[in-house]
Ligand binder design. Structure first.
Ligand SMILES: Cc1cc2nc3c(=O)[nH]c(=O)nc-3n(C[C@H](O)[C@H](O)[C@H](O)COP(=O)(O)OP(=O)(O)OC[C@H]3O[C@@H](n4cnc5c(N)ncnc54)[C@H](O)[C@@H]3O)c2cc1C
Length: 468
């Protein structure tokens, strides 16, 4: 600390999701006194688990996966000591209705050709589909195209993609990665996902799946903060703030409290409601009004017997998009003596928002039977549907320009969250990046001149090194 701060500055972090936790952990590591305000009784925000009231089971609000290119998320996991709770997979199984499988994974060939042998063998795509996909990949290999307002679907058509390549390859991978339909996704984000994760190196494209319920991962961040002199306050919703010359006053149910700095790591709509009714706040309020959201639906099913040996699979040509075999991945008893607990995920699930839980369960079990014949003879012991109607912000063409930076018009107020300007889509990696960016800014103002929390991207491998 510099002389200006004779004692450690007090920093409030509002929001105990990944962005807030990443910021709080980084600051606590540097001896800054941190207080996390979290409205709920647990940590993790949109990536959390809880005991589900009607099933009695501990469920994730939705399956979360990460990729090897999530360098900041992995740094955060390392910092709080949960990196061994992630299982890594270097292949994906694409299932067609009827059960035919295509396994796409990496080989010893140099990037971006490392997936080529399995891709060429994949029976879910024809030779024409594969040639068109290869041409589109070649276009983004040297450089991610700029966002010129064009949707990714228009771009795909311009690059001659076949209908099946769009449905079975591009939609499958990008709708789940970006939680938005390809006709509503910016070209830049779509190309970034393909280039940074699937083309850059075999390590970048590995898929990581937590082996424990999500809140077990993020509770450890709470322990980390407390063991470094910080505080985590649950059921502590902040209502509004007043930025003053010498500090920031936070108003919560507990009353008013002053801090030297505040990082708001709450969703954009929550922040909008907290902003002061002053003209200084108007530009930010107008910016926040421009965001739109997209839903994700998780369907949790408990069967009385095993329905598949697979840990996970991509499901083609149906409403349900992914299957995660949670009882196998988490090595937990499914609660019914040798049965299976699976979660099905539908991203960008607008078509399900108005449907009843019963309708969704019936549809899901019927569709699952098309991929796994064992479902026909299995009994569904229980099931539930978790709809996250405002799961993530929609990465539409042109949306990047209005994502705000961490600095605000108030010198002691900073922003974090997956919707802020990180260059990443709304993901756990984007959230952690935003938290690290905010923490770096606060730490520097607080006198930690060498504060550097952001971790560089993975280096390109193989032929991708030609492009950097
Ligand atoms: C269904 C679903 C599936 C997803 N799947 C994936 C995936 O597979 N991979 C991936 O990388 N990402 C995935 N994401 C995205 C990822 O979960 C988010 O990008 C990330 O968790 C956002 O973190 P955050 O900290 O920015 O926001 P949040 O997690 O929303 O955190 C904000 C926190 O602020 C708290 N809060 C709100 N109001 C107040 C208040 N007034 N006072 C105090 N606290 C308050 C909230 O309770 C919350 O804990 C998924 C998201 C959803 C919803």
């Amino acid at each position: 600390m510099t002389d200006r701060w004779t004692k450690a500055p007090r920093v409030a972090v509002v929001g105990g999701g990944l962005a807030g936790l990443a910021a709080a952990c980084a600051l606590a590591e540097n001896g800054i006194q941190v207080t996390v305000f979290e409205r709920r009784p647990y940590l993790g925000g949109r990536a959390s688990s809880y005991q589900h009231p009607s099933t009695g089971e501990i469920v994730d609000n939705c399956q979360h996966v990460l990729l090897g290119c999530c360098t900041n998320l992995l740094d955060f996991y390392g910092r709080v000591g949960v990196q061994d709770k992630i299982r890594w997979y270097d292949h994906l199984t694409f299932l067609e209705p009827g059960g035919r499988a295509s396994i796409i994974g990496s080989s010893a060939l140099p990037a971006p050709l490392h997936t080529a042998p399995s891709f060429l063998k994949a029976s879910c795509l024809s030779l024409m589909d594969k040639l068109s996909i290869a041409a589109a990949m070649a276009a983004v290999a040297p450089k991610i195209p700029r966002d010129r307002g064009e949707s990714f679907l228009t771009w795909l058509r311009r690059y001659g993609q076949t209908d099946r390549a769009i449905d079975r390859f591009w939609k499958t991978l990008l709708v789940s990665a970006l939680n938005e339909d390809v006709e509503r996704v910016s070209v830049t984000y779509a190309a970034q996902v393909m280039r940074e994760s699937f083309m850059k190196s075999a390590t970048a494209g590995r898929m990581g799946v937590p082996t424990v319920p999500l809140t077990q991962l993020y509770d450890r961040a709470g322990d980390y903060i407390r063991s470094r002199g910080g505080e985590v306050r649950f059921r502590s919703g902040v209502q509004s703030f007043r930025a003053e010359f010498a500090g920031v006053k936070l108003l919560s149910a507990e009353g008013e409290e002053e801090f030297d700095f505040v990082i708001f790591a709450v969703p954009f709509d929550v922040l909008s409601r907290m902003l002061p009714q002053s003209t200084a706040a108007d530009p930010l309020r107008q910016t926040l009004d421009r965001f739109e959201t997209s839903p994700i639906t998780g369907i949790h099913l408990w069967f009385d017997r095993q329905i598949t040996e697979l840990d996970h699979a991509v499901l083609l040509d149906r409403t349900i998009q992914w299957m995660f075999h949670k009882s196998k991945i988490q090595q937990r008893d499914s609660g019914n003596g040798g049965g299976s607990y699976v979660e099905l995920v539908v991203s960008s699930s607008r078509s399900l928002v108005e449907k009843s839980r019963g309708e969704i369960l019936d549809m899901a079990v019927a569709e699952l039977r098309d991929f796994f014949p064992a479902v026909a003879s299995a009994n569904l012991v229980k099931g539930t549907v978790i709809k996250e109607v405002h799961a993530t912000y929609s990465p539409r063409p042109g949306s990047d320009v209005y994502r705000p930076r961490t600095q605000t018009v108030w010198p002691r107020v900073y922003l974090a969250g997956d919707w802020t300007a990180t260059g990443w889509p709304a993901t756990m990696e984007g959230a952690v990046r935003s938290g690290y960016i905010a923490a770096e800014s606060v730490a520097k103002v607080a006198g930690v001149s060498d504060a550097k929390y952001i971790v560089p991207d993975l280096p390109a491998a193989g032929f991708m090194r030609l492009f950097g």
